[in-house]
Unconditional design. Structure first.
Lengths: 171, 253
């Protein structure tokens, strides 16, 4: 799974990259604007760890932008912060973050939270696939019904349904 | 260990200070100022003499001209630091020069100094350094707190020694830049620059388990946030001294 790490401090970038590198396909951004460009790409990462304070857009600003951009709105965003007062955390979550990690983070907690994020992103992907399949099935059902209704008049008049037409309906 | 910034000035007297400088007029004016503040001052006019004095007495602070004849100032500092490595202790050394270029300042800090000051050293400069010394004074060895909780840092990196060496390297490489940013903030009286630089440093120090210096960085960040830079100069000097102690320990790994 793709994971974006947006962190301007090389110290934390390296730590996160090293701790999570074996589990994810990691891309990194050193400022907020680059992070946003990467997130909004087609096939971009659906999971991101965003530092709070960065040059360019801040973490919460990216969260807000992601949530108001329909194509990428479902991305899972974890804010990285050392502002651990309740008010700051609330502000981060209100901006649209799914979760947060406080520096200095414990590697166990990091793995647990990122693991939970991965499960949610996987569920979302499964769900999206199922929704697509369902939509597809509905579409076919609709088509079928249209065709059946087209046949009805001929049924009422008592004419025989030809084998060719039956085969066509069940396509 | 690190007291409040506003410590009574009476506690800042009676320091033993070594001035290693060749320009006599400058030394004497510095000596007079320091003595009038109640300090004991020893003058050395060459590197060799400075080393001899350092060997004979213990000092609380050393001012050293980095454009030193007879013996290279940096070699003198190295000799002092080598001796400290063997015998323990750490005397803050403040470099002085008549040509205050930023390159000078960085080379001073890279060469094992704790601070830097352009000549002439003013009374205000002296007070900053003396207060930094007073509030940063290491306790006797048996009461000294852990400057760097290496085990904690290692645990945060899941026991990965190689990664620890790597990130300590990143920290040490980035430290002069962050301190330079703080100096810039003081120079330009910019609370925002101070806040950002202190914020970054604080987070790294907390991760590495460097509590004392981390606390100073936190206070500096707070000052930046509140736009109160009055005591920032003393705190930056304190941070430099604290970090130089930590630096010495970290470079041993």
């Amino acid at each position: 799974m793709k994971l974006l790490i947006a962190e301007d401090d090389p110290f934390f970038r390296r730590i996160l990259q090293q701790l999570l590198g074996s589990e994810f396909e990691i891309s990194t951004a050193v400022d907020g604007n680059t992070a946003w460009t990467m997130l909004e790409q087609k096939d971009g990462p659906r999971l991101a760890i965003l530092d709070w304070v960065m040059p360019g857009m801040t973490g919460p600003e990216i969260c807000r932008l992601v949530r108001t951009t329909p194509r990428v709105a479902s991305a899972y965003l974890i804010l990285l912060t050392d502002k651990n007062s309740a008010a700051d955390i609330t502000a981060g979550l209100r901006a649209g973050a799914d979760d947060y990690l406080t520096k200095p983070f414990d590697p166990g907690e990091l793995r647990a939270r990122v693991g939970m994020a991965r499960r949610i992103v996987e569920l979302q992907t499964d769900l999206a696939t199922q929704v697509l399949a369902l939509e597809d099935a509905l579409q076919r059902e609709k088509l079928l019904q249209t065709r059946v209704s087209l046949l009805r008049p001929s049924l009422h008049t008592g004419s025989l349904v030809s084998p060719v037409t039956v085969a066509e309906i069940s396509k | 260990m690190w007291g409040p910034v506003s410590k009574a000035s009476s506690e800042n007297t009676g320091r033993r200070i070594l001035i290693a400088e060749d320009s006599t007029a400058n030394s004497i004016s510095l000596l007079r100022t320091l003595e009038s503040l109640g300090h004991q001052v020893v003058l050395a006019s060459s590197g060799r003499q400075a080393l001899a004095e350092f060997g004979a007495l213990s000092f609380d602070l050393i001012f050293m001209d980095i454009e030193f004849p007879e013996m290279d100032a940096f070699a003198t500092i190295q000799a002092i630091r080598d001796r400290e490595q063997a015998e323990g202790g750490h005397v803050p050394i403040i470099g002085m020069t008549e040509h205050p270029a930023s390159a000078d300042r960085e080379s001073c800090l890279a060469q094992g100094m704790d601070g830097y000051n352009p000549k002439p050293v003013t009374l205000e400069d002296l007070e900053v350094f003396l207060r930094a010394v007073a509030i940063s004074e290491p306790l006797p060895l048996w009461r000294r707190p852990v400057l760097w909780d290496r085990a904690r840092a290692l645990q945060r990196l899941e026991g990965n020694e190689e990664l620890l060496r790597e990130v300590v390297g990143i920290f040490l490489d980035g430290k002069p830049k962050m301190l330079a940013q703080m100096e810039l903030a003081l120079l330009e009286q910019s609370p925002k620059i101070l806040e950002l630089a202190a914020h970054g440093l604080k987070a790294e120090l907390a991760y590495l388990g460097v509590a004392e210096a981390g606390e100073t960085a936190r206070q500096l960040e707070e000052m930046g946030k509140k736009q109160e830079l009055d005591n920032a100069k003393v705190l930056v000097a304190r941070l430099r001294i604290q970090l130089s102690h930590v630096d010495g320990i970290m470079r041993q790994i």
